[in-house]
Design a protein around this ligand. Structure first.
Ligand code: GLC
Length: 717
């Protein structure tokens, strides 16, 4: 036999053995054809106790620990809910103008409350997906958002980040956002679990909340994130709930989240939000962030202790502290295994071991900016438009005066960890100038007396006022609902100088308007509208976009009218949620208090008619017609009331909604299915939800107080 053929024969015989050897070389956990749980089991079984304990505390400011021996990558995280913020340190450092840390820019989407005002879950899906694309392009695996805490108190500093006062609205929106983001292979982190509803003493406050309020108001959005959206990470909040720190609250983290809801992902602490070693390890926290070394580094770098970003806590789950306790049996190894299992499961589920990672993502593209503009426009709420001052039509309006402290600056977002550095923010002034072109003359002044003079000379005065990232921010609540100093006076002066005054607000939460609201014929709430907010404001003012936003929070006439008045921000480290389930419009309805602008309120440049309501216990159908002269979108809201409940219940509760776009003159049939859970209340004595037979009323309308059609049905069993 010729040598060559002998070699070929040898190679042919050896091949299966080589493959077998290679297969033996490739451990199952590296075989992405295997199931996630198989890979987790295999890898977990290869880890020493020391390696497992090492995994449950962070490796950096925004990274988990890697394991070189087994090739376990670090989980790379970034804030936040409306865009990718630089992950090198707290926002107190990364958002500084001359930050010592590398700069990361990405698309700054509108703040959570503006997204809440869209009432458009499919839009939220697109936003979540797009932020996921940007995270992938920037090499991150996990985003720290969405924030879903209920807006309980008007002054709370992070209200702007959340989706409003109603658990059903928030749930529908964040399910879309999370599914969109995770469809891009990026892990979403729903936060802050639970009841982080104020910034005042946020690191220490103890929220006393009855179980019915927790179940019906404060937990539903987290439950939807877990059970409907399949969120892979949950962030425990800084505060206590009913006496226990959230990071060591076994009722929240183990009984409810993991056992009752079946959560299979990862519970990560808020940054420096841990206070113990044994209690935290045994209560169900899986990963403590950030890493101890990075805390030391930033405190050494002088990050202000009172910024709220750097507490004097954290670094409780480090190996030095935890390993002796595991060896001593105070923390079971099984508890450590469960933490590591969850971490590995999230990693395998998102392909973190496979290189190159699926897809590459894109960041800061025109298409992403277009989505940001669309979202800002859909979230804009036309609060008032007496006499049809808006939209600005060239055949009617030949000159506008652009006035106020928020005119020449882009108020893209609120302050703190959700902040995003962007390359493209445009101010309302620049956007109005761009849109007006030569057809309409534009003048500008920031404040009195020049503002009043310009207002007097123009056909329409546009006053841009409201808050900034310094006023509405993480770590601090507002002192009052008042606008920043001087703005009321400015608006009053302008409305006196020109009866065609439009007030445009950048606010992420209710503000007082009593000093000028009667004199201002038109008011638009632009919220913190992201980098494309200027363009979106011009789109709405000039009628290129017909406003369809609806308030996700009630705007009270005065602070004393709000549900948390008298039990916020708490005393001696405790805040009593004495209002119970009566949060937001539930309170105003129950107490029969007229708000300034109600939950679900938002006007349009056209008008919609509701008719043909059909109601049964399972299904509600109706017809909506665009009876005005412009195409537009309407958010049809469906509330349910139990007519004679055996327990105290809200007058009505939001149980369905639909955003419909209708051409002028067009009519559209809409139907909603009602499942039993929509009718239930939580009974703490039974520790279960109860749906009582009896009569229910269905109220359908354009806001919680603009009910257009109503009907009843009898629930027999
Ligand atoms: C902050 C915030 C949290 C953020 C985290 C990381 O303190 O409470 O929302 O994701 O720390 O920056």
């Amino acid at each position: 036999m010729k040598p060559i053929r002998a070699l070929n024969l040898l190679a042919a015989l050896a091949a299966p053995m080589i493959t077998a050897v290679r297969a033996q070389d490739t451990p199952p956990y590296r075989d992405f054809k295997l199931g996630v749980e198989q890979r987790v089991d295999d890898l977990l079984g290869r880890m020493t106790l020391e390696e497992k304990v090492d995994m449950v505390s962070g490796g950096g400011w925004m990274e988990s620990k890697a394991n070189a021996r087994l090739g376990i990558p670090a989980l790379k995280m970034a804030d936040g809910p409306v865009g990718v913020r630089a992950w090198f340190g707290p926002s107190a450092l990364t958002m500084k103008a001359n930050s010592p840390l590398p700069t990361i820019t990405s698309t700054a989407f509108p703040a959570g409350v503006a997204l809440g005002a869209t009432w458009d879950p499919e839009l939220l899906r697109e936003v979540g997906k797009t932020i996921g694309q940007e995270a992938r392009a920037l090499g991150r695996d996990m985003m720290l958002g969405p924030g879903v805490n209920m807006v309980r108190a008007p002054l709370a500093g992070r209200n702007f980040e959340m989706y409003g006062e109603d658990p059903y609205l928030t749930s529908r929106l964040v399910v879309g956002y999370i599914q969109g983001m995770q469809s891009e292979g990026i892990i979403a982190t729903v936060k802050h679990f639970a009841a982080n509803n104020q910034e005042h003493e946020r690191q220490t406050i103890d929220a006393k909340i009855d179980e019915r309020a927790l179940r019906e108001i404060y937990l539903p959005a987290f439950r939807a994130a877990v059970q409907e959206a399949g969120v892979w990470a949950v962030m425990s909040a800084y505060n206590k709930v009913n006496g226990f720190w959230c990071a060591e609250n076994s009722w929240l983290l183990t009984d409810v989240l993991k056992k009752e809801w079946g959560f299979k992902g990862l519970v990560v602490s808020d940054w420096m939000g841990t206070h113990s070693t044994v209690a935290t390890a045994n209560a169900g926290l899986d990963l403590e962030m950030p890493g101890a070394e990075s805390i030391r580094r930033y405190i050494a770098a002088g990050v202000p202790q009172n910024s709220g970003d750097i507490g004097s806590r954290g670094a409780m789950q480090t190996p030095e502290k935890l390993l002796p306790l595991v060896r001593g049996g105070e923390v079971k190894e099984a508890a450590i295994d469960d933490k590591v299992r969850r971490l590995l499961r999230v990693m395998f589920a998102h392909g973190l071991f496979e290189n190159p990672k699926p897809g590459g993502g894109v960041v800061d593209t025109p298409a992403q900016r277009t989505l940001a503009r669309k979202a800002a426009g859909e979230g804009m709420v036309l609060l008032k438009n007496a006499g049809g001052v808006l939209p600005l039509l060239p055949q009617k309006v030949h000159s506008v005066a652009v006035l106020g402290p928020n005119a020449a600056v882009a108020r893209t977002g609120g302050g703190g960890s959700s902040s995003v550095k962007t390359n493209h923010a445009i101010s309302p002034l620049d956007a109005v100038r761009e849109r007006a072109g030569t057809a309409i003359q534009v003048s500008y002044a920031e404040s009195l007396p020049e503002a009043a003079e310009l207002a007097a000379k123009a056909d329409v005065a546009l006053v841009f006022a409201g808050d900034s990232a310094e006023v509405e921010r993480e770590g601090r609540d507002r002192e009052s609902m008042d606008l920043p100093a001087g703005q009321d006076e400015l608006i009053e002066a302008v409305t006196k100088a020109n009866r065609n005054t439009v007030v445009v607000l950048n606010v992420g939460a209710p503000v007082a308007m009593d000093r000028w609201i009667e004199r201002a014929p038109a008011v638009v709430n632009a919220w913190f509208p992201g980098e494309e907010g200027g363009h979106a404001i011009a789109d709405v003012l000039f009628g290129d976009v017909n406003p369809s936003g609806k308030l996700p929070v009630t705007f009270p006439r005065k602070l004393e009218d709000s549900p948390s008045w008298g039990h916020y921000p708490g005393k001696d480290g405790v805040v009593e949620y004495a209002e119970g389930i009566y949060v937001g419009y539930r309170h105003f309805d129950k107490k029969n208090i007229e708000p300034l602008f109600c939950f679900g309120h938002g006007l349009s440049y056209t008008k919609f008619e509701y008719s043909d309501l059909q109601v049964s216990a399972r299904e509600v159908s109706l017809k909506v017609r665009n009876a005005g002269g412009r195409d537009g979108a309407e958010v049809v809201q469906l509330y349910v009331r139990q007519v004679a409940p055996s327990v105290d219940r809200p007058v009505k509760e939001l149980k369905a909604f639909r955003r419909v776009e209708l051409r002028r003159g067009e009519a559209w049939p809409i139907s909603f299915s009602l499942d039993q859970s929509a009718l239930a209340y939580y009974d703490p004595a039974k520790k279960d939800w109860v749906t009582e037979p009896g009569k229910y009323e269905v109220l359908v309308g354009a806001s919680s107080r603009d009910i257009r059609v109503r009907g009843t049905f009898e629930l027999t069993k």
